[in-house]
Design a protein around this ligand. Structure first.
Ligand SMILES: Nc1ncnc2c1ncn2[C@@H]1O[C@H](COP(=O)(O)OP(=O)(O)OP(=O)(O)O)[C@@H](O)[C@H]1O
Ligand SMILES: [Mg+2]
Length: 398
């Protein structure tokens, strides 16, 4: 099996999808959302489910880098339906869509009546087909869908419960702002939510073993999990890097793999500049950081700092520490490390000093003493004379 096709874990999510399909097949159509951060495995889960569903799976995906005409994902779904059931008569509005008839329809030019008739015809076509045989519709990367596609999905929702359709959509929560209305419509229909997190330690071990065609030790699996928290894309890239350098047994000290770094930097680049800048300072403070210290080191007022941090929280790059008021944490160690590594060496030294001074200047608080020790000019043992590098992020602030 090619390495890309190796799939592990997600038993609970697959079971849920299979149960939903059973309900749909029994005439109680269902809607399911699959959400999770970039690279967590949404598309992989949908693909795996399509393989084992035992019912025709009709795919529609929303492209990232090219502009697509209105209703593009639905066009793919309807094409897949036509390929699967070539004998089924195709209603005129559906045929028109498949012949590229909507390319000239820009929102607003298409009259409301024409759009509604087209939507009705598409919904009817899908529902009728499902009544003959249960169908799975998979809409991947819904956060990139055009507005017409989202409206059609909301229109379909009402008809699903009386059909034999299982509609599964995937999206990234940090990009979900354009989906607010659609998700509300799905919620009203009683959709099922599947939220994907990282793979478990055991799945991390299984995936690594499958990629390397050999068992790995618990110690190595724990090290890989600690660096990636089971994020499958991060894990695959880390394993590739470590095996390339023949040091799989040293996951703790590997640099951030280049593809991971690129993904992190792309997510940072989407933030407002003030938020990106504050995160750079925060990354020098460590994976866990006290916003008051970071704001002071960055010479930003605390109110302004909290405001810009909201964007980073919404983007899923950091989360608030529920135990300690005013503390935040980078969602992934790799994100903190990427920012740390991409900050110039001299600037890092300078920022360490400022963070140490800011921690000393603030009110006495648990955690501050450690902060002072970390940044107050005392390098951790074993790093004297070295570039203060990623390792410190873990050593200082696990
Ligand atoms: N359960 C899994 N087992 C093995 N590999 C996986 C698993 N889930 C994801 N992967 C791998 O992780 C990488 C990212 O997965 P995938 O493309 O499915 O993520 P995604 O959530 O769809 O990302 P995006 O939000 O960018 O679309 C791929 O290389 C994929 O093969
Ligand atoms: Mg995907």
């Amino acid at each position: 099996m090619p390495e890309e096709d190796v799939f592990v874990g997600r038993e609970a999510a697959l079971r849920q999808l299979v149960d939903e399909l059973a309900a749909a097949a029994a005439g109680r159509g269902r809607m399911v959302t699959v959400s999770g951060e970039p690279g967590i495995g949404k598309t992989s889960l949908l693909r795996r489910f399509a393989e084992l569903a035992g019912a025709p799976a009709l795919w529609g995906s929303c492209p990232e880098h090219v502009a697509a005409p209105p209703l593009w994902p639905w066009e793919q779904v309807l094409r897949a339906l036509g390929a699967r059931f070539p004998q089924r008569p195709v209603p005129a509005p559906v045929a028109e869509l498949l012949e590229g008839g909507t390319e000239q329809l820009v929102d607003g030019v298409d009259t409301a009546g024409a759009a509604l008739r087209r939507f009705d015809a598409i919904v009817r076509h899908l529902i009728d087909a499902s009544l003959a045989a249960p169908l799975v519709v998979l809409l991947d990367h819904l956060h990139r869908a055009d507005p017409s596609s989202l409206r059609l999905l909301s229109h379909l929702v009402e008809s699903v419960p009386a059909s034999r359709l299982l509609v599964v959509v995937s999206y990234q929560p940090s990009e979900a702002a354009p989906l607010a209305e659609t998700l509300a419509a799905l919620a009203r229909s009683g959709m099922t939510r599947i939220e994907l997190g990282g793979l478990s330690m055991e799945d991390t071990r299984t995936l690594t073993g499958a990629l390397l065609h050999e068992e790995i030790s618990t110690w190595t699996a724990e090290g890989l999990w600690a660096r990636t928290e089971g994020h499958p894309f991060f894990l695959r890239e880390l394993v590739k890097l470590l095996t390339g350098e023949r040091r799989l047994d040293q996951p703790h000290t590997a640099p951030v793999p280049v593809p991971v770094r690129e993904v992190v930097l792309r997510r940072i680049a989407r933030l407002p500049p003030a938020a990106a800048e504050l995160l750079c300072v925060a990354a020098i403070a460590g994976r866990h950081f006290d916003i008051e210290v970071v704001a002071a080191a960055a010479s930003v007022g605390i109110e302004a700092a909290l405001e810009v941090l909201d964007a980073a929280v919404a983007a899923g790059l950091i989360v608030e520490d529920q135990q300690r008021l005013g503390w935040f944490r980078f969602t992934h160690a790799f994100a903190a490390e990427t920012l740390y590594e991409t900050t110039g060496r001299l600037r890092r030294v300078h920022l360490h000093r400022r963070i140490g001074a800011a921690a000393r200047g603030g009110p006495a608080q648990a955690g501050r003493a450690a902060e002072v020790a970390r940044h107050g000019g005392h390098r951790p043992a074993g790093t004297a004379g070295q570039d203060p590098q990623r390792k410190e992020v873990h050593q200082w602030n696990p």
